[in-house]
Ligand binder design. Sequence first.
Ligand SMILES: Cc1cc2nc3c(=O)[nH]c(=O)nc-3n(C[C@H](O)[C@H](O)[C@H](O)COP(=O)(O)O)c2cc1C
Length: 207
Amino acid sequence: MSNEPAVGRRNVALAVTGASGAIYAVRTLAALLEQGCEVDVVLSEFGRRLLRDEMGEAAAVDRLPAFLEERYGAGVRKGSLVLHSNRDLGAKLASGSQRCEGMAIVPCSMKTLAGVAHGLSRTLVERAADVMLKERRRLVLVPRETPMSLPQLRNMVTCAEAGAIVLPAMPAFYHQPRTIDDLADFVAGKILSVLGFEHHLYPSWKG
Ligand SMILES: Cc1cc2nc3c(=O)[nH]c(=O)nc-3n(C[C@H](O)[C@H](O)[C@H](O)COP(=O)(O)O)c2cc1C
């Protein structure tokens, strides 16, 4: 997997925060890389912990490229991955002048959701999301919480009103998934679809 940006590649940002569902994050990241994307990745402190807690030490952030290739195959080498510190509010994602066309926060914690809903921009994740909203680019939020409080529900409405797509981590069962990977493929596929990618992560419904 290259970490060099390439001219003409699609450029998407992927943020990982501390809600449960690391498998959705790694599957989405692998799928974007398989598409040949340049992916700007930002992890919150709890997002970093989440990768290790739910996927094991092999998925620790400094080993992520090797982990993705081992788990999903050499296809991930088609893309490039650039890692940013969540504290770096001067990173390229903090500005609307950069070419990043869309962003997904997978999974999106209720805390980060609240920060995005209220435009707080305290971290690079929140600022990059704010940039997507102000520039009218695609922002996909993948919350995972249950049950939900009224403030949490309201924050989702606020984000949707501002133009974000709220795509809860809710896999479907009509395609008869057999494994956890099938469930993760479904959610990752939904995310890629709303970001405008064609994919074969789940079979389309034939009627
Ligand atoms: C074991 C554990 C599981 C958690 N699961 C969730 C969750 O599923 N959804 C959620 O919104 N927050 C969850 N949280 C809370 C967030 O991790 C916490 O609010 C954190 O501050 C989020 O920070 P971040 O948005 O900067 O990553 C969990 C926390 C712990 C310790």
